[in-house]
Ligand binder design. Structure first.
Ligand SMILES: Nc1ncnc2c1ncn2[C@@H]1O[C@H](COP(=O)(O)OP(=O)(O)O)[C@@H](O)[C@H]1O
Ligand SMILES: [Mg+2]
Length: 274
């Protein structure tokens, strides 16, 4: 799909970009609880989009919808559409495993397999049917995340023996090895020290040359440092007392931070709530 969509939500609908993925009236429930209300937005190809907003506004809920990871939560129900390559990912005949191969995920807490560094890359690739020269794939993937020089002499060591920042880069290498189109990251640096965080941030910027990146961050400075576009979400109390999340404003990052259209956004980015 390569049609240009305009930013959906904003009053300023004068920008357009090459959209790789979009949601249409996406609402998410846990049982009867509405967690995220009616989100329609486009994600630009080979750009970095940050999702920001106070805790509980549905950032993780949204990002998990984008590769059907919410399927793994029994009570979770999704209304609306997520369109990728002209197909609704929630349509029938869509294989969620296939979806997750094209749209990878990196989590807040680095979660390498309890296997060797080598196997962390090779195992995931093999079970996804990739039959490359594994040595070459392992080396290339580790180089892409800047980890090769640090681990090339200990590829048999357990992935769990690495430092936090190295583990997270291993998880990113594992995602990259599947040759995804889009990489989702849910607060990928929030468990890391400042030096590892800055390594991850520059890695994310390198990765956008090849991949579309969608990153949840509670750190506004991080959004300004890495993201081309930023979507601000907030949570509001409904008449029934349900606190649901919704998209307030979505634009180029510099607009969101320097020239927001919504008062709520202005309050949030200037640190007056959340
Ligand atoms: N597995 C779950 N079961 C029930 N409620 C959930 C679950 N995950 C999240 N929620 C609720 O959905 C809302 C949005 O949560 P979440 O997406 O985690 O927000 P954020 O990532 O922005 O902090 C919150 O009210 C949260 O308590
Ligand atoms: Mg979250």
């Amino acid at each position: 799909m390569s049609s240009a969509h305009s930013l959906q939500n904003n009053s300023q609908q004068n920008q357009s970009f090459d959209s790789v993925l979009h949601t249409e009236n996406l609402s998410v429930y846990y049982g009867d609880f509405l967690a995220l209300d009616n989100v329609s937005m486009d994600f630009p190809r080979k750009q970095i989009t940050a999702l920001i907003g106070p805790s509980g506004c549905g950032k993780s809920t949204l990002i998990r919808c984008l590769n059907r990871l919410n399927d793994l939560i029994d009570t979770c129900r999704v209304k609306g559409k997520v369109i990728y390559r002209d197909k609704n990912l929630y349509g029938s005949k869509i294989d969620p495993v296939e979806v997750r191969r094209h749209i990878g995920m990196v989590f807040q807490k680095p979660n390498p397999f309890p296997k060797s560094i080598y196997e962390n890359i090779a195992y995931g690739a093999r079970i996804n049917g990739i039959e490359n020269d594994m040595d070459e794939l392992v080396e290339r993937s580790l180089k892409q995340v800047g980890l090769w020089d640090e681990v090339k002499d200990k590829l048999d060591s357990n992935g769990l023996s690495l430092s936090g920042g190295q583990k997270q880069r291993l998880c990113i290498a594992r995602a990259v090895a599947l040759k995804p189109d889009i990489i989702l990251m849910d607060e990928p640096a929030s468990s890391l020290d400042p030096i590892s965080t800055s390594t991850i941030e520059s890695l994310i910027q390198d990765l956008k040359e090849k991949y579309t990146i969608i990153i949840v961050t509670h750190n506004m400075q991080q959004a300004t440092r890495v993201a081309d576009y930023t979507a601000f979400f907030n949570a509001e109390e409904s008449e029934k007392g349900n606190r649901y999340g919704y998209l307030v404003e979505y634009d180029k990052t510099e607009e969101i931070f320097n020239n927001p259209q919504e008062k709520m956004t202005k309050k949030y980015v200037s640190g007056r709530f959340g």
